[in-house]
Design a protein around this ligand. Structure first.
Ligand code: MG
Length: 165
């Protein structure tokens, strides 16, 4: 890593459409709701954004390159498994996570009762302390696709530090 900064920042963003059904999967947690997200995998919008933030910080591409939606193996796939594999790749490239900050944009349901569980689940998946993971929830104020309850979005920022001298 000579000549390279020992810190790297990464950002992830994802959107999934909503349809009637349930439960919602957000951050590896099943949330009781009358809508569910649509996607090729299990459509966990937050875990996809976390995965992309990690891959981006390490300049290792994106979730679509690693797990193409043209591959039948990825149909209905558990996003926790995809995140674990991506994190393994990033870690093997010599990086550790300093912290993650996550925002979920959902009009409904109210996510505050689930934030601690989501934080704990992401920490478990990445081998971190819950205190390294920020989880915030915002609505769309009734305005855009989020506000009209047509979609849920997530944004994530991660800071990596080098494990190599
Ligand atoms: Mg996605």
């Amino acid at each position: 890593m000579t000549g390279w900064p020992r810190l790297r920042v990464g950002m992830g963003h994802d959107t999934h459409r909503l349809e009637p059904g349930g439960p919602l999967r957000i951050g590896g947690v099943a949330i009781d709701h009358d809508q569910q997200m649509v996607g090729h995998s299990d459509a966990d919008v937050l875990l996809h954004a976390v995965t992309d933030a990690l891959l981006g910080a390490a300049a290792l591409g994106d979730i679509g390159e690693l797990f193409p939606n043209t591959d039948p193996a990825n149909r209905g796939r558990d996003s926790a498994e995809m995140l674990t594999l991506a994190w393994q790749k990033v870690r093997q490239s010599g990086w550790q996570i300093a912290n993650l900050d996550c925002i979920v944009f959902a009009e409904r349901p109210k996510l505050s009762p689930y934030k601690k569980t989501i934080q704990a689940r992401i920490a478990e998946l990445l081998g971190l302390e819950p205190g390294q993971i920020g989880v915030k929830a915002k609505t769309g104020e009734g305005l855009d696709a989020v506000g009209r309850q047509e979609a849920i979005q997530a944004q994530v920022v991660v800071l990596l530090h080098s494990t190599r001298d």
